[in-house]
Design a protein around this ligand. Structure first.
Ligand code: AHM
Ligand code: MG
Length: 333
């Protein structure tokens, strides 16, 4: 019989990798895992909201049905607040940082940056959505401030995402490789299903919103033409796949190889995706799996964050393919 290892068991086992660890990060990861299961339950029944609402079951307190991204935000914040290990949370859903360092969390030293429900416009059409999180330690023993949130991606101690897809998975890294866990609904546990994930060095799938083509920089246009040009020796033309859900597109890229690009465009002159809670965590995961992530010329993890909701262009995926895209982008400048 195949042995099942749950996320909780795995986290405790891996604590031995950090001999001076006091279990705080392990507890923080566990709290995120718990909130993920609650959010998963709601995302799964998203299509039923009207039906349940119609019977009066969905809304016993007479409250407005909440949007799922607001619900997810509340669940993650609540889990972090009661877990006791997070002093500040920065969320895509909140304009400012939230201080949680009171009560059980008064001595907490971790900062969590989170996109509680990324790609939420995809919920109505039943396409996978996700949660992305990044974890840093505060820089000193003094009370944490915004300055502690604005740390470079290289300072992350852990990062991960949850994909609410045809199955629900949690993928995370603490800087020692990447592991993926699939939620087994029959026992309500995330179980280790993808140990030591490695991204293929090259790939033949490119993901970019080609509807914005006319507004792309010349180098990106050139790269797209390269992907579409026939060349049997390099397996071209490549396959194009884009869901509009970063988590789904990067999860596929991680498993099958390829590249995901969100470049600067006319509508988003600095890129669309956010550095702290979208690009940094995804870049740490992809790098830890052997891939590459840049803004076209600089490593994402070395970009200096200046503001909470800062955006960046991103080229992320299989090392070879990202290098090819970067070369074309810099050559065209
Ligand atoms: P969101 O955080 O508002 O959901 O936006 C982020 C999403 C990503 O998941 C996805 O890669 C991108 O926006 C898609 O943008 P576009 O529709 O411009 O291609
Ligand atoms: Mg988002």
């Amino acid at each position: 019989m195949k042995e099942v290892k749950t996320l909780g068991q795995f986290i405790i086992e891996k604590q031995a990798d950090f001999p001076y660890a006091k279990g705080e990060l392990s507890r923080l990861l566990r709290d995120i895992g718990i909130a993920a299961k609650i959010v998963n339950r709601e995302v799964n029944k998203a299509g039923l909201v009207d039906i349940l609402g119609g019977t009066g079951n969905g809304n016993t307190q007479g409250e407005q049905q909440q949007k799922l991204d607001v619900y997810a935000n509340e669940q993650f914040i609540s889990a972090l607040k009661h877990g006791g290990e997070c002093c500040i949370v920065a969320s895509e859903e909140n304009e400012d940082i939230l201080y949680l360092d009171t009560g059980v969390s008064k001595n907490a030293s971790y900062i969590v940056a989170i996109d509680p429900l990324d790609g939420s416009s995809n919920i109505d059409v039943n396409i996978a959505v996700g949660t992305i999180f990044s974890i840093c330690r505060k820089r000193s023993s003094a009370r944490a401030t915004l300055d502690d949130v604005l740390q470079k991606g290289t300072m992350q101690v852990a990062a991960g995402y949850i994909i609410y897809g045809s199955s629900t998975m949690l993928v995370y890294t603490t800087g020692k490789g990447v592991n993926g866990f699939t939620l087994d609904p029959s026992i309500g546990e995330f179980c280790l299903s993808h140990p030591n994930m490695q991204i293929p060095e090259n790939g033949n799938i490119y993901a970019i919103n080609e509807g914005n083509y006319v507004h792309f920089p010349d180098g990106v246009k050139k790269f797209i033409k390269y992907c579409q040009t026939e060349d049997p020796t390099s397996n071209r033309p490549y396959i194009s796949r884009y869901t509009g859900s970063m988590v789904a597109d990067i999860h596929r890229t991680l498993i099958k190889g390829g590249i995901f690009i969100y470049p600067v465009t006319a509508a988003y002159p600095k890129g669309k995706l956010r550095l702290l809670y979208e690009c940094n965590p995804m870049s740490l995961i992809v790098e830890q799996a052997g891939g590459r992530a840049t803004n076209g010329c600089r490593r994402i993890l070395e970009l200096e964050p200046e503001t909470l909701h800062q955006r960046t262009a991103i080229f992320i995926g299989s090392t070879e393919l990202v290098l090819t895209a970067e070369l074309m982008t810099t050559a065209a400048e």
